[in-house]
Design a protein around this ligand. Structure first.
Ligand code: MN3
Length: 207
């Protein structure tokens, strides 16, 4: 318990500058998304975990259960955004360069081609009602790629999958730039997808 209270989650360093994903994602969106939204998930996760540890010390089970939604929401938000930032890269650092090797082969096998995968992911992710995430994940048991979506900030682990590539379609991720046109954001984001990072996640997930 004491250990839990001492261990705080922290906002991870962004691997590029706020403006480096322009023109696909504006500096203003990146700045607000990282310093306000992700930061708030981290702050509120740590607060909820501290309250949970205190409730646990009192053996206050109802209080512990009451904190579960906050831990799921803010913890999921922290997990998802920590992956998302690394799934993106400036064009000058390889953003948008198509995958090679085992991941490219797996995408071709499962989806037919990279373009068909992108079209399918965009269709599924674009159809999310309200806030959520589109995901490419790996089913570790079958070693198969899976395309799915999660509501709100539920992490992909809630579906038993290992996350490889996530796309945030909360309005805060695109509204300042793309307004209500989520499909335009989804079409553009592939210009800054860090396939190198997705490939590394794929290799790690398989091993
Ligand atoms: Mn977000």
């Amino acid at each position: 318990m004491a250990q839990l209270m001492e261990k705080k989650f922290e906002l991870p360093a962004l691997p590029y500058e706020f403006g480096d994903l322009e023109p696909t994602i504006s500096a203003e969106i990146m700045m607000l998304h990282y310093t306000k939204h992700h930061n708030a998930y981290v702050t509120n996760l740590n607060k909820a975990l501290e309250q949970y540890a205190e409730a646990e010390m009192r053996n206050d089970l109802p209080a512990m259960i009451a904190l579960e939604p906050a831990i799921r929401f803010n913890g999921g938000g922290h997990i998802n955004h920590s992956i998302f930032w690394t799934n993106l890269a400036p064009v000058s650092k390889g953003g948008g360069t198509p995958p090679k090797g085992p991941l490219a082969d797996a995408i071709n096998t499962h989806f037919g081609s990279l373009q068909r995968f992108i079209d399918e992911m965009n269709a599924k992710t674009g159809a999310i009602q309200g806030s959520g995430w589109g995901w490419l994940g790996l089913d570790k048991a079958s070693k198969a790629l899976r395309l799915t979506t999660c509501s709100n900030q539920d992490p992909l682990s809630t579906q038993g999958l290992i996350p490889l590539l996530g796309i945030d379609v909360w309005e805060h991720a695109y509204y300042l730039q793309y307004k209500n046109v989520r499909p335009d954001y989804l079409k553009a984001i592939w210009n800054v997808i860090n396939w190198q990072n997705v490939s590394e996640r794929y290799s790690q997930a398989l091993s």
